[in-house]
Design a protein around this ligand. Structure first.
Ligand SMILES: Nc1ncnc2c1ncn2[C@@H]1O[C@H](COP(=O)(O)OP(=O)(O)O)[C@@H](O)[C@H]1O
Ligand SMILES: [Mg+2]
Length: 263
């Protein structure tokens, strides 16, 4: 897919390391006479290699924002550029393609296929991307090794602990080498030990150069990120600050571009 510049400013986006740009995003849900403005004029950038938490109270618009960032839904107004492409206007087929190639999802409930082995689960995004079987297998095993599950490739989800299942989900998110890892309450279904384990893994993923966006309502989970975006009543109440570590991760991105399963 080509990197298209849509607005005069977006040419700059394509040449800098901004991986994700939201401009005046609004989302209104309408059912019958009722309409709810879930997001109002939300704008921020996330740069390659950042680790950002999006947090806020219940009903503030986090899930709505997550759906838009993950190309699971489109905004009512505004522009969303992911790696330079405006996804605000794309049709469902196009969005599905972007979801598959550019975003690695980690969900609260893991969303693994119970009847498939860990390796088969991790292979799935590559099946949709038409990667040949042998290469798929190799990349899935490599991704599982990256998350410390080299010796669990043939286990089914039911034979793994919650923390291990979430590790499989992280491997599945990484296997396509996406622009963005989007984790939606990834520790929500885990005990404190497994939560710490998965958060440590996300730290590692970020330290190796991946851009990570973590949606959470838990302040101590949000505190793991280097930048916290606070959403309140559909607005960004605080877009957070990029600090020094951000620059370090960006340079480690350049140094470790080939990190992850071999292409
Ligand atoms: N599908 C929907 N239809 C109508 N209103 C919705 C829908 N989804 C969310 N909302 C409303 O939008 C606002 C933001 O919701 P949401 O994004 O789920 O917040 P959060 O994830 O922070 O709890 C809330 O007022 C919610 O009731
Ligand atoms: Mg929510």
């Amino acid at each position: 897919m080509s990197s298209q510049a849509l607005a005069p400013g977006s040419a700059t986006l394509a040449t800098t390391d901004v991986v994700l740009a939201l401009r005046d995003i609004g989302k209104t849900y309408t059912s019958g006479e009722l309409s709810v403005e879930a997001l109002r004029s939300v704008s921020f950038d996330i740069r390659a290699g950042e680790y950002v938490a999006i947090t806020g109270p219940s009903g503030s618009g986090k899930s709505t924002l997550m759906h838009i960032l993950g190309c699971l839904d489109i905004p009512s107004t505004g522009a969303y550029l992911l790696a330079g492409d405006d996804v605000s206007m794309m049709d469902e087929a196009h969005l599905a393609h972007i979801r598959n190639r550019r975003i690695g999802f980690v969900f609260q409930r893991f969303h693994l296929m119970a009847q498939l082995s860990a390796a088969r689960n991790v292979e799935l995004p590559l099946v949709y991307a038409n990667v040949p079987a042998l290469e798929r297998r190799e990349r899935a095993v490599e991704a599982l090794a990256q998350v410390g599950l080299r010796d669990r490739t043939e286990h089914r989800p039911g034979e793994l602990s919650g923390g291990q299942q979430q590790r499989v989900a992280v491997a599945r998110a990484l296997v396509t080498e996406p622009d963005l890892i989007l984790a939606d309450e990834p520790t929500g279904n885990l005990d404190s030990v497994a939560s710490a384990d998965v958060l440590a893994l996300l730290d590692e993923v970020n330290a190796l150069g991946r851009t990570v966006v973590l949606i959470t309502h838990e302040p101590d989970v949000a505190a793991r990120a280097q930048r916290i975006i606070v959403v309140r009543d559909g607005y960004v109440a605080d877009a957070g600050q990029n600090d020094q570590r951000d620059l370090q991760s960006t340079s480690s991105l350049k140094a470790t571009k080939s990190w992850g399963p071999t292409l």
